[in-house]
Design a protein around this ligand. Structure first.
Ligand code: CP3
Length: 339
């Protein structure tokens, strides 16, 4: 935690979710040659190169490993593909017994190329901290059940309602495996980890406690037991009022925020020494202009009494103009110099 806290004391550092991605021409040019996205995630030298692209162009304060949250279902033996302009497509699963024969240690070995990427990056990262990650177990399971990005999430909802015990077995398995995977990332050299629970907002209070808070808490405890100094960023997107129980029980080192930020969240975070990360709307970043500049200033002011890492409220979109990214970074820099 010390490195991160020291950095934040000096200035508001900044990175963007999906900073390595299709808005960068240099990413698109690699992607043209490697059509299979999963293969790209497992190509250690290309994945390391892609992770560094946004650093070279924009000098972001953190490097995030280039990979995807869906390498977990892939490693567990589920078929995962990425189709252009559609997104991920998976062979839908139905029951826990589909995984009864898997040996998690053997599955973990399939993720070895990602450890190789991390090892390359630890040599190249200079003074930057490297962020490793996994998906939140519930979010990963939405893709495993729905077979991709779903509009209504009917299949996972039905599963929870009708076969709750079987669902619990699966979420436990994905949580166990995510912990093994994160520990391996830390041993390979990542400095910080982030858990992307992008679909947390689907659940009502009771299910949220059981399927968002409990697994995230288990990840937090397991990592802190072995690596007390590694900061963990949690991103329980669209949690609305459940965010308070999340903060109280998971006790994130860093909480990544999406849309609205209330005075209450700012206060609770400050009292509990939780660093806040966020929360520029990617659409405002696309549109640019004075509205973008005003919004960046507003966010910097809003978080000025908290420990703050500047980021987006969700991933940067492919059509984002590069100039708007540079302008955002320039605005943050000049505000940092005058604070
Ligand atoms: O942030 C980074 O730069 C690191 C790499 C990273 C990717 N995906 C690369 C990626 C990270 C951290 C992720 C996380 C991820 N992946 C999440 C959680 C965050 C979120 O956005 O909510 C989720 C839900 C996924 C699953 C996923 N991967 C989807 C739904 C899609 C398709 C949508 C899209 O944006 O295309 C992906 C593909 C993906 N993951 C791309 C990248 C750069 C684009 C793929 C391409 O090049 O065609």
């Amino acid at each position: 935690m010390d490195n991160l806290r020291q950095l934040i004391k000096k200035k508001t550092p900044v990175w963007f979710m999906r900073q390595a991605g299709r808005y960068l021409p240099e990413y698109r040019s690699i992607r043209k040659k490697e059509k299979n996205f999963i293969d790209l995630c497992f190509n250690s030298s290309l994945a390391a190169e892609i992770s560094l692209q946004p650093i070279r162009r924009f000098n972001f304060d953190f490097i995030i490993l280039f990979s995807d949250i869906l390498v977990i279902p892939h490693a567990l033996g589920q078929k995962v593909e990425f189709k252009e302009s559609i997104g991920p497509i998976l062979n839908k699963i139905k029951a826990a017994n589909e995984f009864s024969l898997v040996d998690l240690q053997v599955c973990l070995e399939k993720l070895e190329p990602i450890m190789e990427t991390i090892k390359i990056l630890t040599k190249e990262k200079k003074n930057k901290q490297l962020i490793g990650f996994c998906g939140g177990p519930f979010t990963v399971l939405t893709y495993m059940f729905e077979g991709g990005t779903s509009k209504n999430h009917n299949l996972i909802r039905k599963k929870i309602k009708q076969e709750r015990e079987d669902f619990k077995k699966l979420i436990n398995l994905v949580t166990d495996f995510s912990i093994m995977y994160l520990i391996k990332q830390i041993r390979s050299g990542v400095d910080i980890i982030k858990v992307f629970e992008s679909w947390a907002g689907l659940l009502d209070k009771e299910d949220y406690n059981e399927f968002v808070i409990e697994p995230n808490e288990r990840i937090k405890t397991a990592i802190k037991t072995s690596f007390p100094k590694i900061p963990i960023i949690f991103f329980p997107r669209q949690s609305s009022r459940n965010i308070y129980s999340f903060m109280k029980r998971v006790k994130p080192d860093v909480l990544s925020l999406d849309k609205e930020v209330s005075a209450e969240v700012l206060n609770v975070a400050k009292k509990n020494e939780i660093i806040l990360q966020g929360n520029l709307d990617p659409l405002i970043l696309i549109n640019g202009g004075k509205k973008l500049e005003d919004e960046v200033k507003k966010i910097m002011l809003q978080f000025s009494k908290n420990d703050h890492i500047f980021n987006l409220s969700h991933g940067i979109m492919p059509i984002t103009p590069l100039d708007n990214v540079q302008k955002t970074l320039d605005t943050i820099k000049s505000l940092n110099e005058t604070r």
